[in-house]
Ligand binder design. Structure first.
Ligand SMILES: Cc1cc2nc3c(=O)[nH]c(=O)nc-3n(C[C@H](O)[C@H](O)[C@H](O)COP(=O)(O)O)c2cc1C
Length: 450
């Protein structure tokens, strides 16, 4: 996956800059020359975990795993627990099968990921931290393991860190599983060897997580921003991006853009600017962008003034999700794409609750009726009713967001849905409706006189 250059003026917190990031991560010594591990050394020397939490809170950093929860607040809850056995789990599972954002970060900037994980553990008072990585990400796993080994040899991690008396063990844990494994409670259950299904929250993992003990689960990108924040100051970070959503994030651009790859974007940037500066503009007549992965939402080309920020995307019917932006031109059918996304999520659901297990499948089936020329007149209403049931009964966000592709598709591209349902037509020419010949009883009886 290529790193996209976004030109002047956009920040480089997570990745040095567009073209000049080496394919192979630097050694510990090289990384230290560039500033890596200095925040860690300073934090251990100062022995003031609360100060780390204060800085992260002041920076306004919010979780990049999709939901945007304030990171400092999560750490504070964990630290405030009476239970001294605490854990940190860095979520590098990257559940969205089409996303490569976290993979690229872990491959190209493993020092920031490991240092950020160590700082989180130090801040909350955890003696152990796990970095969970999708098992197919071999280079990322090897790179992270090499960084942990080198840091241990240097005395930065392990027993008696830098002679401070602090013990911190960081390990890399490859894991395999479906989309839902990325959800934090599912991930924690799986780490305990239990069935990969979500738990009711609250209690949140920061109160009761791994082995019933307080656990911070953070996305690897969230953690990778922490060393920069401590080195350059919380106010430096808060100056990047938007007020409600400071900092930068990595997004993956694919589909109908001139350049595909991963780019670092200041939060609050207009989607139009993301497509233009990172993707080099659209290739073809842009119809929409699908933001947030298989359970994300469509935003039409006319809505590209929408900001890349949690709340703004949610009001538009999309979400940050996996950080992927799929540009869709007019050769694509929104009904078809929305159905495909719904099918992916339905197939990846763990099946714990009935509205999720059955509801997401029924939604996909309704979509498939429309794309194969067998729609029913009340299908739009059925989608709305079923979507409300699935959302209201949701145990985890897989369920509550599974409805977004169809709902956002209907919201902005109602005419395309109507064309499929009323006329049995696919304006983009993508769907191949099977036109079923009317049965004998439906056929008009020829008049005898004719
Ligand atoms: C279906 C589903 C998949 C998810 N996949 C991921 C993932 O791959 N990586 C991730 O960090 N968070 C994922 N999340 C979000 C996590 O549950 C959790 O909110 C996140 O890891 C917390 O980290 P953050 O506060 O740094 O965002 C997923 C959530 C759901 C519902």
């Amino acid at each position: 996956m290529r790193i996209l250059d976004t030109g002047r003026g956009w920040p480089h917190v997570l990745l040095p800059s567009g073209g000049d990031v080496p394919e192979r991560p630097p050694s510990l010594a090289e990384a230290e020359k560039q500033g890596a591990w200095s925040a860690w050394r300073a934090a251990v020397a100062a022995a003031d975990p609360e100060a780390v939490i204060t800085a992260v809170t002041a920076s306004g950093l919010r979780g990049r795993g999709g939901a945007g929860f304030p990171t400092g607040q999560k750490w504070q809850t964990c630290r405030a627990s009476d239970d001294p056995r605490r854990h940190v789990v860095a979520n590098g599972f990257e559940a969205d099968p089409a996303a490569q954002v976290d993979r690229l970060l872990m491959e190209r900037a493993p020092h920031a990921v490991v240092e950020g994980t160590a700082l989180a553990a130090f801040a909350v008072g955890a003696a152990e931290a796990l970095i969970v990585v999708k098992d197919g990400y071999r280079d990322a796993i090897a790179g992270l393991e090499a960084v942990v080994r080198a840091a241990e040899e240097e005395g930065l991690l392990g027993q008696n860190v830098l002679g401070s008396g602090l013990d911190l063990h960081v390990s890399v844990r490859p894991m395999g599983g479906s989309f839902v494994l990325g959800e934090e409670t599912v991930l924690l259950r799986s780490l305990e060897g239990r069935r990969a299904q979500p738990d009711q929250r609250p209690p949140y993992p920061s109160e009761r997580g791994l082995w019933g003990q307080p656990t911070v689960v953070n996305n690897v990108e969230t953690l990778a921003a922490v060393p920069w924040i401590l080195r350059r100051g919380a106010s430096g970070y808060a100056e990047i991006g938007a007020k409600q959503t400071p900092g930068s994030t990595l997004v993956q651009l694919s589909g109908a853009v001139r350049r595909t790859g991963v780019a670092e974007i200041p939060l609050g940037a207009r989607l139009a600017d993301v497509v233009e500066r990172a993707g080099g503009g659209s290739a073809g007549r842009l119809k929409a962008v699908l933001v947030g992965g298989p359970s994300g939402g469509f935003i039409p080309a006319e809505g590209l003034d929408t900001r890349l920020a949690y709340e703004a995307l949610e009001s538009a019917g999309a979400m940050m999700g996996s950080g992927t932006i799929l540009a869709v031109d007019d050769s694509a059918c929104i009904v078809d794409l929305a159905t495909l996304m719904t099918r992916v999520v339905a197939d990846e659901a763990c099946g714990k609750t009935i509205p999720c297990r059955i509801g997401t499948r029924r939604l996909a089936e309704i979509g498939e009726r429309m794309t194969s020329g067998r729609p029913r007149p009340n299908d739009p209403q059925s989608i709305q009713d079923l979507a409300a049931d699935v959302r209201d009964a949701a145990l985890c966000a897989l369920e509550s967001t599974a409805i977004q592709p169809l709902l956002s598709g209907m919201r902005y591209f109602g005419q395309e849905f109507e064309d499929h349902i009323v006329r049995g037509d696919c304006p983009a020419g993508v769907c191949r409706p099977i036109r079923v010949a009317p049965s004998a009883s439906q056929r008009a009886t020829p008049s005898r006189s004719a």
